[in-house]
Design a protein around this ligand. Structure first.
Ligand SMILES: [Mg+2]
Length: 157
């Protein structure tokens, strides 16, 4: 079986690191912390939209490089591979936010000894792109945290 696996919020603690970074930056700004719940992290704080976008743009590469792997994820992937499955790491990191997304991703996967057969990066802001990549590469199972991807696969069929 060919298994596609996303990285951020599947293998990595992306949201946890982003939230902690935003909380710290909000303190530096002298603000009052989270003002909105039930929205994405980037919208939780009382920052002007353009300032938030600039902060994200200026810091997301540093944040992504600092992500930790989720507990036991490398061992489970190794087990899946040993059982004869192919592992395709498919992540929406080729989105213009990172200076060298492939190198950054290979470095991170190697750091945590994550085994894989192939790495494919897509543009996270195009919800159909990852779905198309899954279909083009005959992915049998895709493990992802984004519901839009699943809906995208349905649309592409
Ligand atoms: Mg993800």
């Amino acid at each position: 079986m060919r298994i596609g696996i996303d990285i951020d919020n599947v293998l990595s603690n992306f949201n946890e690191v982003l939230l902690n970074d935003y909380i710290n930056h909000d303190k530096e700004l002298g603000n009052n912390g989270i003002i909105k719940n039930n929205v994405y992290i980037r919208d939780m704080f009382n920052w002007p939209k353009d300032e938030e976008q600039q902060y994200y743009h200026d810091n997301i590469e540093r944040i992504a490089k600092s992500l930790n792997v989720l507990e036991n994820a490398p061992e489970y992937i190794r087990k899946l591979k040993e059982e004869g499955n192919e592992i395709y790491i498919i992540s929406g990191r080729d989105n213009g936010e990172y200076s060298d997304p492939y190198k950054m991703t290979f470095d991170w996967l190697n750091k945590y000894n994550i085994v894989y057969d192939k790495v494919i990066l897509t543009n996270a802001y195009n919800s159909l792109e990852k779905a198309k990549i899954c279909l083009e590469n005959d992915i049998d199972i895709m493990i992802d945290d984004i519901i839009k991807l699943v809906n995208g696969c349905k649309q592409c069929l």
